[in-house]
Design a binder for this molecule. Structure first.
Ligand code: FAD
Length: 409
């Protein structure tokens, strides 16, 4: 099933972390490489716990692409616990339903009630939010607790010292390194110690945002704004649509096969994009006619790792750097933020330097199985969503219809 939050172990925040009477918290120098959602969440928690945290980011500013992101309750619950919940709710859109549709005619074959059901069953909302909004919220909260270094590409590390070398030649000595540098992670390559690059999955994603004011003028598109989330499943491709920034923008993600393996995000010719989805129902065509610019991503993958922690116990990986996944379960950033929660919690208990390797090992043991499961389930959804028309697709749709009938009772 798409986008449903996996169950989650109970996590405490650093403020709740027990310390033995007489034990004194030991602040450490911690370098976080990468200010993506995972790196920023980790930096915020570690800085707030009292560590001296420096975030090294290759880009010149904190920014994210103009696109939406789904935050399932396993994440929104953490964000609320960290004091970010109200700001997230203010900028997000909470969808009432998820509809899984036949690509050709828009028939709903699967349906789920979200909205207050998520709050009731998981204790937190399912939110759709603009990436820049959640990025800014995390950065604003982290800022008072961290030293932020933009324009700081890490080109190498010595995992034993540990130390970082920046593209400028500057060498930074530290005590702990967290590699949160994304799917093309340099820290990961150094940790693995052999050529290990991201591989294309054969799929790519177009992403674009449409002002909902344009959709509300069209009686056929109006309902899409008010309904909730939609997913149109077609052969080798699918389309996901939902509102962000309250309801001002409609986020469209269009997954399609792609031979181009260029890792960089690039502008796309909108006519090529429209042609890729010409077999989809009229409302998808109408949506695409409203688009005048879009970006495309090649979706990359990396083989699962046995270990996220260097043998000397001073360097670990987090987020896409250690468990990149196809976005077909909307759990990539969720897993990165959960990683940060666990790491932040464990390292807020340090009272002696020699505890760090043990705590990093505990982090890996708590997180690796769950993140690997999310990777596997995301890959499984690739075949579920992309079935060719035929007996397998009919079986899938019939089982979704049966589940929908139960949900509607
Ligand atoms: P990143 O966000 O990749 O951040 C890495 C950072 O490190 C970047 O800022 C980069 O500039 C920096 N960096 C890289 N190398 C260096 C270096 N050498 N030195 C210094 N800095 C460096 N997830 C969800 O939970 N929900 C969704 O709905 C969802 N939808 C998605 C839709 C699409 C189309 C895609 C492609 C992904 C989606 N994801 C979703 C996945 C999610 O975007 C990622 O899993 C998440 O952003 C990973 O965060 P991260 O912090 O690990 O890495």
């Amino acid at each position: 099933t798409p986008s449903l939050p996996p169950s989650q172990p109970q996590l405490t925040t650093s403020k709740e972390a027990p310390t033995k009477a007489g034990d004194k918290f030991l602040p450490l120098d911690i370098a976080v490489v990468g200010a993506g959602l995972g790196g920023l969440a980790a930096a915020y928690l570690l800085g707030r716990a009292g560590h001296r945290v420096t975030v090294f980011e290759a880009a010149s500013t904190i920014s994210d692409v103009g696109a939406g992101i789904q935050l399932s309750p396993n994440v929104t619950r953490l964000l609320a616990r960290w004091g970010l919940g109200e700001q997230v709710k203010e900028l997000a859109f909470v969808p009432e339903t998820l509809s899984l549709r036949r690509y050709k005619n828009g028939e709903v074959v699967g349906w789920r009630k979200w909205g207050e059901i998520m709050e009731r069953d998981y204790g937190a909302p399912y939110c759709h939010i603009h990436r820049a909004d959640i990025h800014n919220i995390l950065f604003e909260h982290a800022k008072p607790h961290i030293n932020f270094r933009p324009n700081s590409t890490v080109v190498s590390i010595d995992p034993s010292a540990p130390s970082l070398t920046l593209a400028s030649g500057e060498i930074i000595r530290t005590q702990v390194v967290i590699g949160a540098d994304g799917v093309h992670s340099r820290i990961r390559s150094i940790l693995v110690g052999e050529p290990d690059s991201a591989t294309p999955t054969g799929d790519a994603a177009y992403r674009t945002l449409i002002p909902t004011s344009l959709m509300l003028k069209d009686p056929e598109l109006k309902d899409l704004v008010n309904e909730g989330a939609n997913c149109w499943m077609g052969p080798k491709r699918h389309v996901v649509g939902y509102c962000v920034r309250r309801k001002e923008l409609y986020n469209l993600v269009l997954i399609h096969p792609c031979k181009v393996t260029n890792e960089n995000t690039r502008e796309v010719d909108c006519d090529v994009m429209r042609k890729d989805f010409e077999g989809f129902e009229p409302r998808v065509q109408k949506l695409l006619s409203l688009v005048d610019s879009a970006l495309v991503w090649s979706l990359m993958d990396r083989k699962p790792l046995d270990s996220w922690v260097h043998k000397d116990g001073k360097v670990c990986l987090l987020g896409d750097a250690c468990h990149p996944m196809l976005p077909y379960r909307a759990q990539g950033a969720a897993m990165a933020i959960e990683d940060a929660a666990v790491l932040g919690n464990l390292l807020s208990r340090v009272t002696q330097r020699n505890q760090v390797p043990v705590l990093l090992q505990a982090y890996q043991e708590l997180r690796l199985p769950r993140a690997t499961l999310a990777q596997d389930e995301s890959r499984m959804n690739q075949s579920t969503f992309h079935l060719e028309d035929g007996p397998d697709q009919e079986r899938r749709d019939n089982s979704m219809r049966a589940a929908m009938e139960v949900a509607l009772k």
